[in-house]
Design a protein around this ligand. Sequence first.
Ligand SMILES: NC(=O)c1ccc[n+]([C@@H]2O[C@H](COP(=O)([O-])OP(=O)(O)OC[C@H]3O[C@@H](n4cnc5c(N)ncnc54)[C@H](OP(=O)(O)O)[C@@H]3O)[C@@H](O)[C@H]2O)c1
Length: 296
Amino acid sequence: MDRGTTAVVTGSTNGIGEAIARQLAAAEVDVVLVGRDRGRLDAAQERIRTAVPGARLRGELADLALLSEVRALADRLRDTRIDILISNAAVVADLTDHTSEGVQRTLATNHLAPYLLLRTLGENLAAAGQSARLVVVGASPTALRSIPVHLDDLGFENARAHGFPPSFRPFVAYGRTKNMNAMFVYSLAEQLAGTGITVNGAHPGIIRHTGLGRDSARGLLRAFGWSQWVNPLLPGPDAGADTPVWLATSPEVNGVTGRFFVRRKDVLTAAHTTDPDRRARLWEESANLTGLPVRS
Ligand SMILES: NC(=O)c1ccc[n+]([C@@H]2O[C@H](COP(=O)([O-])OP(=O)(O)OC[C@H]3O[C@@H](n4cnc5c(N)ncnc54)[C@H](OP(=O)(O)O)[C@@H]3O)[C@@H](O)[C@H]2O)c1
């Protein structure tokens, strides 16, 4: 990459996000790591500097579950010349886990944070006539086909609507937010069409040795599902970083926008994620929840 290229990567204190930050640093990109804990942010930078001597890194502290902190982060980054913005942070939280701002934590972290951050910074960069690539790390379009977003219940109030046994429900809710990611990618790409800003989604693959779901795996999921994350046959975080980093840096995807990729291949996601009326509804509800105008 050209020296002076700057990337912002959320959720870069662990797992796939840290691998994304490391791979970008190895490609001589200046990387702004976003994390919610100063100690983990410093430790991740230390690990990356050990792997990539001379890496140019900066840490930004923000709890992305809190809209106030996402807003403050967007303000702090407003004057940074961002070329790459990768939304990767995600959690699997209990349905009843609400933040101090009263928002269900999975919805807040996985959907509202990228909606607020990427919309604000994307529109800002477009208005300044800059070009940039925005990438949202989603999840498997195949696995998500059967769990459409419930547009009347974005905050997972109706627990029973998230299936049985109850120990699966945090993962179903997580899956719904990952469908929100795809819907948001298509809508933001439409909003920014004709500017220098591209927006694409990526499924990283099923990746072992990450922290996702560690806190919420209970019951059947602890017995069976959790083993998936530590299965030695699954690829590690560097493989998960491959498609997001390729989308962020490769000349092969110059100008490509509003698409979703798995293993560097453009794939179709479920019709319930592409439907224009459903996307418009999610966009509007998300604007209301984040305090942004529906149209800027
Ligand atoms: N692993 C897989 O098999 C898989 C499959 C499909 C999709 N994905 C997607 O890949 C992405 C990365 O997941 P991962 O598996 O690498 O999980 P991970 O190891 O748990 O990493 C998640 C990252 O998000 C950060 N994060 C969580 N909540 C945050 C908050 N409130 N504020 C700021 N940062 C926060 C975590 O920070 P802390 O270090 O502070 O916890 C961590 O750095 C996610 O979008 C996930 O949906 C993963």
